[in-house]
Design a protein around this ligand. Sequence first.
Ligand code: SF4
Ligand code: SF4
Length: 510
Amino acid sequence: MAATVTAPPLREFPGAPQPLVPGAMAASKPYVANEKMQHALGFPAELPADWQRIALAKMRELLGKYRSLKVYLDACVHCGACTDKCQYFIGSGDPLNMPVARQDLLRSVYRRHFTLAGRLFPRLVGARELTKELLDQWYGYYNQCSECRRCSVYCPYGIDTAEITMAGKEIMDAVGLGQKYTNEIIGKVHRIGNNLGLPGPALADTLAGLEEDVKEDTGVDVRFPLDEKGAEVLLVTPSADFFAEPHVESLIGYAKVFHAAGIRWTLSTHASEAGNFGLFIGSYEQLRTIALRIREAALDLGVRRIVVGECGHAWRVAYSFWNTLAGIGDGADDPFARQLQGQLDQRYRQPMHVCEVTHDLIQRGALAFDKEANDHRVVTFHDSCNVARASRMGDSPGGQFEIPRAVIRAVANHYVEMRDGTTREQTFCCGGGGGLLTDELLDLRVKGALPRMEALREVADAHGVNFLATICAICKAQFTKVLPYYGFTMGMVGGVHQLVGTAIRLGAKP
Ligand code: SF4
Ligand code: SF4
């Protein structure tokens, strides 16, 4: 059944949150994963009779495994600093979308079962049993958190709601309450190699078609190589880049950069997906299994360097976790990891973001641009949550903010920043991250996009901004869908490498 979607009115920015509307989003829930999807990931398919026992055992396991989780559950003093910082609360007014209230759904159970005060005086400390009714609230409201970590920026204790949300999802998976969108996609990666379920031959056809398109547009033979052994660079990129608009424009941009710089590169059928939805469901095992595909492809192809395309959470996983998950970068110590470390170019033992590659080439004067080719665009940049708050780029603090902007400025003459407080570390989520990019959650996604749309409206009105650049596949897909609800055209979103691809001079000496 199609969801009823209501976009809140844009406020005079910055405005107060929506009026409190208790229960406004109580009915917002994603479809539950079916038996086949759950079993494919090793999860049960329905609530077992002793589900409370299993859930509490899983919670105990997570508390033992992740010290931070226990700290976050103990440390909150209910100061209220985070309450109005979540885009889903701002857009919906539902008090359970306040980060602290979202945390308390799980914290109350933690207190009841894992603290002395909660065992002795449950009512005094807000401790609750995990009832079926509360579990249903977990399913609703942990699937209304995009794990964007914006609230943690404002918390004096640095409490990370995203980690609590991930724990909630992990516990729910353990009792058979998985989310269809994320778990079905993870299954596709295991079976086929990418989120879209695009098999190798179809991928090869798509890339051949792109070569023809670029040749027709530019007259230049720009290659989109697949499974080429001995290439210097393995590019792993979100599978949306292979054909969805506007994503594919960025893939064309990467290919033109590699062509212009004379770098031999390849994509991989086996690792045809940079995204890793294991992060969204909080599962270390899934994170690792998916990440290992990239190591396997890198070893098989003998590449010397691994580059990640425009995907926010993929970059977070690559930057923060690949070293210990898969031995890409320092950290892992199994024989395959050591083999890979020996194989990679010692200057590039860490994964690189494609923006770093392009930025580095620009700095070295290895690329030439006709910036005027982007003169029909007035560009602003949306910092994606996982890049902004969970990763870095380059050698300097804040590189994840400066490098994409420097690339944009090198290829476009008209660039405008959105209002302070909505960008960089304080950026708002696009509204579709964390496994929420599914149609049955469209109403939530539209509401969650409100603060970003308000900031965009401000620069569109004041400066004529008509291009919203971003380096995340989820942001691109989400904005394409929600922009029209706020009076913008869906075509105004695109990647940084779409701008690069427009301006780059192929074959010309800089
Ligand atoms: S969506 Fe982001 S701001 Fe909202 S509770 Fe989750 S992590 Fe915090
Ligand atoms: S800002 Fe931190 S301490 Fe304050 S209510 Fe929110 S989570 Fe709790």
